[in-house]
Design a protein around this ligand. Structure first.
Ligand code: NAP
Length: 287
């Protein structure tokens, strides 16, 4: 028999997780704070209390709104967790993950924190992956079950590492969206077709630029290998035009102005001949 599982939370993501587990043949118990959520979800056992839901399975997957909702939901069932594995797929910070790991250990439970790199429709499909950190033994024990949700990737025994890398990936995504949103605001200030611009120019350009990210990471890790091909003094001078043109076109440069300030600061601090790895170092110094 496939491992019985419990899913806490039937929001759009929790429902997708429960559906993937039932589709893969796992006896699946679900609980949601508001009863009657996800009426179309069939083939599951609906528990009335968190304690009943937790006691039904060796593997409990929590997917709630935020860290506060996880704490609120789990507390009444604390004594039921001994000997089980708690997998928390709720979005949170490394600090949240480390604190919940301590709480789980106090209850005698194994703990895995996870970051879902997918939207609900992708769960159970080939493009979805989930980052996990925490108990390596629990990961090895449950990897096959977790792979019914999405490709599982273990990133370390520090429980905070999955949340850290989840948030880093979301940072990369929002940075890309910020650039795309600004680009479309700029071009749509004139009679440039947004669709044609996006399909014929923006996507090919961003795709080409993605190829430079591994080199940036390598420079950061090992130091620059020779002269910067696109030095920061040149980039800072060009960035001023980007901001000025935005204002001229009536487009708020709010999304991009901070990057211009960082480039200018790098140049002021004598790093004009370096590459973007210097900006990464500047950010870390600011923190
Ligand atoms: P959602 O549809 O808004 O559902 C939120 C869930 O949290 C509901 O089941 C809600 O229960 C429950 N909840 C909220 N406050 C609670 C509390 N105090 N106690 C107990 N339960 C509480 O959100 P979702 O899209 O399923 O997202 C769930 C988690 O997955 C989030 O952390 C999100 O960041 C993460 N995630 C989502 C996506 C996505 O695209 N949807 C992608 C990656 C990661 P009620 O029904 O009672 O309100």
């Amino acid at each position: 028999m496939k491992t019985p599982v419990t899913v806490l939370g039937l929001g759009t993501m929790g429902t997708a997780l429960a559906r993937a587990f039932t589709a893969a043949g796992h006896p699946t118990t679900v609980w949601n704070r508001t009863p009657g959520r996800a009426p179309g979800l069939t083939g599951v056992t609906r528990a009335n209390t968190v304690a009943d839901a937790v006691s039904a399975s060796p593997l409990i997957v929590a997917c709630l709104l935020d860290d506060a909702s996880v704490q609120e939901a789990l507390a009444p069932a604390a004594t039921e967790f001994a000997g089980r594995t708690l997998v928390n797929l709720t979005n949170g910070t490394p600090a949240h993950a480390r604190r919940t790991a301590v709480w789980a250990a106090q209850q005698g439970a194994d703990y895995l924190d996870g970051g879902i790199m997918a939207v609900p429709a992708m769960i159970g499909g080939p493009a979805a992956f989930i980052l996990y950190s925490g108990s390596e033994a629990a990961f090895e024990q449950h990897a096959a079950t977790l792979s019914d949700l999405a490709r599982p990737q273990f990133v370390g025994t520090d429980p905070g590492l999955a949340a850290l890398q989840d948030l880093a990936l979301l940072s990369g995504m929002y940075g890309m969206f910020s650039g795309a949103v600004h680009a479309l605001a700029l071009t749509s200030s004139e009679k440039v077709s947004p669709t044609a611009f996006a399909e014929q120019l923006l996507v090919p350009w961003l795709t080409a630029m993605l190829g430079s990210i591994p080199a940036l990471a390598k420079d950061l890790e090992h130091g620059a290998d020779g002269e910067a091909g696109s030095n920061l003094a040149m980039q800072s001078a060009g960035f001023v035009n980007l901001l000025d043109a935005s204002r001229d076109q009536g487009v708020d440069p709010a999304l991009l102005a901070p990057m211009g300030e960082l480039l200018a600061r790098a140049v002021r601090e004598g790093r004009g001949d370096e590459d973007l790895a210097a900006v990464v170092r500047l950010l870390r110094t600011a923190a």
